[in-house]
Design a protein around this ligand. Structure first.
Ligand SMILES: O=C(O)[C@H](O)[C@@H](O)[C@H](O)[C@H](O)COP(=O)(O)O
Length: 264
């Protein structure tokens, strides 16, 4: 057995944002050294707003503390099968809450939204997004699984992450990279999602889960047997200490699993 996931808890949204910034920019700097590019997968929910709070401030001007967005390639960990300007679109959310606020004079990231030509065929929508990954991560023949430099994920109150829901057959997928789902228990029903093997293959995986509304599911994920079968628990078990959870005090109330305060 390797080392377990890291669980960090912060007293305030400001503290969380400061630490998340350090974590993301460290991942960025390591990736740029490794291959001069930073490939990130992001989810929807409250995450884009938190990323804006963490990454939009100019920082202290040092090389280490600078977001080099022109080197970023941003993909979606999951996306709803809706137009890009639809209220349910994760791309719209990420753009409006975060990316559109990067000052125009700053270098901009490259973003890979879904191809809306295929909205009526969820399988094709997933296949096309997989092809986007194939192109960006070299050919499928030479790469068994795409390795994101960082995945930034949320955790639903039922323990879902990406659009991988508890007990869903998609959790058994072993080879596909991007999967269609047409019966998401949380609307909208039609979506695409990274598979569990891709979600757990990243170099680093960061979850953000805040607020008292998360405490029951956090206890289940970290302190119960059944938590290991939940999608978030599976990511923890499969990716172990590559996983770091950024939470606040209300979200981990009553959690026994050892958590640490502060990261810097
Ligand atoms: O598509 C979805 O179902 C949501 O985007 C979802 O996956 C979200 O990331 C989590 O429910 C966490 O939500 P919060 O970030 O709001 O806690």
């Amino acid at each position: 057995m390797g080392k377990p996931a890291n669980l960090y808890a912060f007293e305030s949204a400001d503290e969380l944002a400061k630490n998340l910034r350090a974590y993301v920019l460290d991942a960025q700097n390591e990736s740029l050294q490794r291959h001069d590019i930073f490939r990130v997968a992001v989810s929807g929910g409250s995450l884009p707003k938190t990323l804006a709070k963490a990454l939009l401030p100019a920082g202290n001007g040092s090389e280490k503390d600078t977001a080099k967005f022109d080197k970023w390639e941003i993909f979606y960990a999951d996306e709803r099968a809706v137009p890009l300007d639809h209220e349910d679109s994760n791309h719209r959310l990420v753009k409006e809450e975060w990316l559109d606020q990067i000052p125009k004079e700053m270098p901009q990231p490259t973003v890979f939204p879904i191809d809306v030509k295929y909205l009526n065929d969820t399988q094709e929508l997933a296949d096309q997004y997989e092809q986007t990954l194939v192109k960006q991560f070299a050919s499928r023949d030479s790469v068994k699984l795409p390795m994101f430099d960082l995945l930034l994920l949320g955790c639903g109150p039922d323990g879902h992450t990406c659009s991988l829901f508890p007990g869903h057959e998609l959790l058994r997928e072993t080879t596909g990279w991007v999967l269609p789902i047409e019966d998401s228990p949380k609307p909208p029903a039609k979506r695409i999602t990274l598979s569990l093997p891709v979600a757990t293959h990243g170099i680093k995986i960061g979850f953000v889960a805040t607020g008292a509304g998360k405490k029951d599911i956090m206890r289940k994920i970290f302190d119960s047997e059944e938590g290991h079968a939940l999608p978030c628990g599976l990511v923890n078990d499969m990716a172990q200490d590559k996983v770091s959870w950024f939470t606040d005090t209300p979200a981990i109330e009553g959690v026994q699993f050892p958590s640490r305060r502060g990261l810097l």
